[in-house]
Design a binder for this molecule. Structure first.
Ligand code: NAX
Length: 348
């Protein structure tokens, strides 16, 4: 296990630009840093994709404190060094979450226990619950005052709820879970079906759980400025194959690639955080529902949000829900409530 490495800035020969010198680095803590998502994610963050080309960063990479993952993480840090990213001003490589989350401005909770063969979903919820109780407590104790948390490790919505429940200093709105991969998948599917450029598809939002029960709400999407349902008139496709393809895309990737989504998941997390830092951005984020759109007030559910200030957002309310939409939301809400009930004893 290692402590804080000397910052890369001190090893660099190239001049540092004025804008970089006057900007305090954002400290980004990433768990599961030796995993496959992080192998793409860390390099995107260090290159400026998440916080922009002027914003320096310090990566605080956290793994489980065992020899194999820590050694692998050392290798990742070596590769980051070898990229000579001008924005990367320091790295922390650690198996100790108290060191890794110290003063972090963003805590990206990617690491989680995978579902093993024959493992029940309830066991997965409980095993991961323990990880997120601990991480929620540590983040609350040691992260920066302006800390924001984004949960990717599955079951992401419920893990996020558990972590948030442990926090006394950081309010629940600081804790979000990622449904952006589902939004991006839905956007691509609609563009393919309509035969238009991806950028013509707007306002496609994900409601509910990051699981096959999620609802990609085609009813409010726009294609080329028109309602998607006017452009794609095959309503049966929208209600059936479209929702199923988006909901089961993760399994389809595993079947094709022999491994779960990694680069696209990392890309979605870059989008998630990037859009939460830019006021005016409208996107799907899993947040504490507070009863919006008929969700149980205590669950974390995907829904449309508008970023109001860096790291702050408001839920966009007022989308009219048809009976089909209401039934989809009810079914994903039911699953979220069941997950919450399974971990009730773990909520702080
Ligand atoms: P990997 O198994 O490749 O990596 C996970 C890493 O996390 C491992 O290196 C492991 O040692 C580490 N880890 C486990 N517990 C930890 C802890 N307590 N502290 C620090 N590190 C810990 O998985 P990967 O493919 O990177 O996926 C990571 C998580 O993302 C999984 O839970 C996966 O299910 C989830 N996903 C979530 C998605 C979403 O849209 N919300 C999509 C992609 C992905 O499936």
């Amino acid at each position: 296990m290692r402590g804080i490495r000397k910052t890369l800035a001190s090893q660099r020969q190239e001049p540092i630009t004025l804008s970089t010198m006057s900007t305090t680095p954002i400290r980004v803590a990433v768990t599961g840093a030796a995993g496959q998502i992080s192998y793409s994610l860390l390099f995107r963050i260090a290159s400026g994709a998440m916080f922009g080309p002027e914003q320096p960063v310090i990566l605080q990479m956290i793994e489980v404190p065992f020899e194999k993952p820590m050694k692998a993480l050392e290798g990742v840090a070596m590769e980051l060094e070898d990229c000579a990213f001008p924005l990367l001003k320091g790295m922390v490589v650690t198996g100790d979450a108290k060191i890794g989350f110290k003063d972090a401005n963003w805590c990206l909770l990617v690491g989680a226990k995978p579902r093993g063969p024959g493992m029940e979903r309830a066991d997965l919820l409980k095993d991961n619950g323990k990880i997120f109780i601990e991480q929620g407590q540590i983040i609350d104790a040691v992260a920066a005052d302006n800390a924001r948390v984004a949960v990717v490790g599955n079951p992401a919505n419920t893990n996020c709820m558990i972590a948030a429940s442990q926090a006394k200093r950081l309010t629940p709105d600081r804790f979000t879970a990622m449904v952006r991969l589902d939004q991006n998948r839905a956007q691509a599917q609609l563009a393919n079906k309509a035969g238009v450029d991806l950028t013509e598809v707007e306002s496609i939002f994900i409601y509910g759980n990051h699981s096959p029960t999620m609802f990609p709400s085609f009813a409010h999407a726009k294609i080329g400025g028109k309602p998607a349902m006017e452009v794609i008139t095959d309503t049966e496709w929208l209600k059936g194959p479209f929702c199923e393809t988006v909901g089961k895309r993760g399994a389809a990737i595993i079947a094709a690639r022999g491994a779960s989504s990694a680069a696209s998941a990392a890309n979605a997390l870059v989008d998630h955080v990037h859009d939460l830092m830019i006021p005016g951005k409208i996107h799907s984020v899993a947040v504490k529902s507070n009863g919006a759109y008929g969700f149980d007030p205590e669950v974390w559910a995907g829904m449309p949000v508008k970023t109001t200030a860096p790291g702050a957002y408001e839920v966009i309310s007022g989308f009219e829900m048809c009976d089909f939409c209401k039934s989809k939301i009810a079914s994903t809400n039911k699953e979220l409530v069941e997950e919450r009930d399974a971990v009730k004893s773990m909520l702080g």
